[in-house]
Design a protein around this ligand. Structure first.
Ligand code: 4AD
Ligand code: MG
Length: 477
């Protein structure tokens, strides 16, 4: 008999019809009540076993973690909190689970512990909920851009360029690390490498994305990106997913508006389509909050925070205005910032970003027009000669969720900047050439997908919102 997913059964009117459910045992009580979860919803279905007529040997195999297939009658449940249950007529164990050894017990485990068993953690309520929300958000990303006529462009994972000019790249090579071929000067000869040159895993699809924006108008990328930077924080991964829209004829103002519309759309989508999982995550986040000292607790619950962000305009503010606010503020009566912002031109630390978002404006902030010296080479130079048309979107509890800019579309200015910074213009020839043939004003940004998922789920460590996190020293699973 074809199986029915639990999500569907829970909204079916029970009239004793035959159903088959397949899933994993969460608990087995009183030799009678099996709670089964199949991942289609956070809720379990209760199956009631007739233990008088079930062999002891079979009953013993109904253990937490085992995979079962049951067929029986769908009936109204007398127990509270569940509309239906299944009166078991046939029970089959598809996969045994040794109760003594199964690491997931029916109790709350710490997230640190669960990270060590990343191959099993999807069987917990928390990870089930987070991954269903993650799926919904990925779907909503495509839906948003499709509704606006953007073209999804697949940019390469292996590249010859360093899009951010930051050098934090993973090398891709087929050369023998112990004995690489060498040229006459004794340097490693990359001409003999697979691609005949040095290559890396991409840090961003932006540069390639720009080439398509200057042909198709509005495009976006959505794929994995890699950074060999120190990612031993709760906000960084060595492998993360990024969404990068790029739009011809957009200036920085249009770019900021799109970033706000996009984020609000995603958050609204989650509220509308992930209600059950968000309710669970909301409770979970509240419990976490209770473990923090009073002054560190957030004023709003997860769901209220999502509603607030989806309904209110973000605060737009230039870097210079932000510096003025920060210079005249003390985060609380006694303490100053750990890093003082004395000089115009200094990069903001996360404590400054948090102050602006969480204490001063109490809403998401879009900072724009940053000093050129602290931003990437491709950003459009403003007429003041000091700043570039960069923008960062800062979110409560997250910090930077989006980074973007209007791009420098003027060939001479871009070339000069590339040379000033000593970047390899021979690798960037094609990017520069775009400015020679039909250049156009254009803008774009990158949304860190996992940072979005952190915000929407209320989870606090980025390693817990991606199925298999990559960070220094960890690529086991
Ligand atoms: O600010 P970033 O470095 O910008 C770019 O890569 C641009 N090329 C984007 C563009 O304009 N098309 O990164 C963009 C976003 C950040 O705001 C952050 O959300 C996320 O990507 N991000 C990371 N997320 C997780 N782990 C990391 N190591 C991340 N580095 C950046
Ligand atoms: Mg950035």
């Amino acid at each position: 008999m074809k199986r029915t997913k639990i999500k569907e059964l829970l909204t079916t009117t029970p009239s004793g019809q035959q159903v088959t459910v397949q899933g994993w045992v969460r608990t087995f009580r009183n030799n009678q009540f099996v709670a089964i979860n199949d991942g289609s919803t956070i809720q379990n279905i209760q199956a009631v076993v007739d233990f008088n007529n079930t062999p002891e040997t079979l009953l013993k195999r109904i253990t937490t973690g085992a995979c079962v297939s049951i067929t029986g009658e769908l009936v109204p449940s007398p127990a509270k909190g569940q509309p239906v249950e299944v009166k078991v007529q046939k029970l089959e164990i598809l996969g045994d689970s040794d109760a003594e050894k199964f690491p997931l017990q029916p109790k709350k485990h710490s997230l640190e512990f669960l990270r060590e068993i990343a191959h099993l953690r999807a069987r917990t309520n928390t990870f089930g909920a987070v991954m269903r929300v993650r799926h919904a958000m990925a779907f909503a990303v495509h839906k948003f851009f499709n509704e606006r006529g953007f073209v999804y462009v697949h940019t390469p994972v292996i590249t010859g360029s360093d899009a951010e000019g930051a050098g934090a790249m993973f090398r891709v090579t087929t050369l023998d690390a112990n004995n690489p071929p060498r040229d006459e000067q004794g340097k490693v000869d990359h001409k003999q490498d697979f691609f005949g040159r040095e290559t890396n895993l991409t840090v961003s699809g932006q540069l390639e994305g720009e080439t398509y924006a200057l042909a198709l108008g509005d495009i976006y990328t959505f794929g994995p990106t890699f950074r060999a930077e120190n990612s031993n924080t709760t906000r960084h991964l060595a492998e993360f997913w990024m969404i990068e829209p790029e739009m011809a004829f957009y200036d920085i103002q249009d770019n900021m508006q799109l970033a706000q519309d996009f984020l609000q759309y995603l958050v609204r989508y989650a509220l509308e389509h992930c209600a059950e999982d968000l309710e669970f995550l909301n409770k979970r986040a509240l419990e976490e909050e209770q473990t923090k000292p009073q002054e560190q607790r957030s004023e709003l619950s997860l769901i209220d925070r999502l509603k607030f962000v989806s309904e209110n305009d973000f605060q737009r503010l230039s870097y210079t205005e932000a510096i003025d606010i920060l210079r005249s503020s003390t985060p609380n009566k006694k303490k100053k910032f750990q890093y003082l912002i004395d000089e115009w031109g200094a990069d903001l630390q996360s404590e400054h970003e948090r102050f602006l978002v969480e204490k001063h404006f109490k809403k998401p902030v879009i900072l724009y027009n940053y000093p050129a010296a602290i931003k990437s080479f491709y950003m459009r130079q403003n007429e003041d000669g000091k700043t570039v048309a960069a923008m960062d979107v800062l979110f409560p509890g997250i910090g930077e969720i989006i980074g973007g800019s209007q791009r420098e579309e003027r060939y001479d200015r871009l070339l000069k900047r590339v040379q000033e910074l000593g970047l390899p213009d021979k690798d960037l020839w094609w990017y520069l050439e775009l400015r020679k043939f039909g250049s156009a004003p254009h803008s774009g940004f990158g949304l860190g997908f996992e940072r979005l998922i952190l915000f929407v789920t209320g989870m606090t460590n980025i390693r817990d919102v991606i199925p298999f996190p990559r960070f220094p020293g960890n690529a086991e699973f």
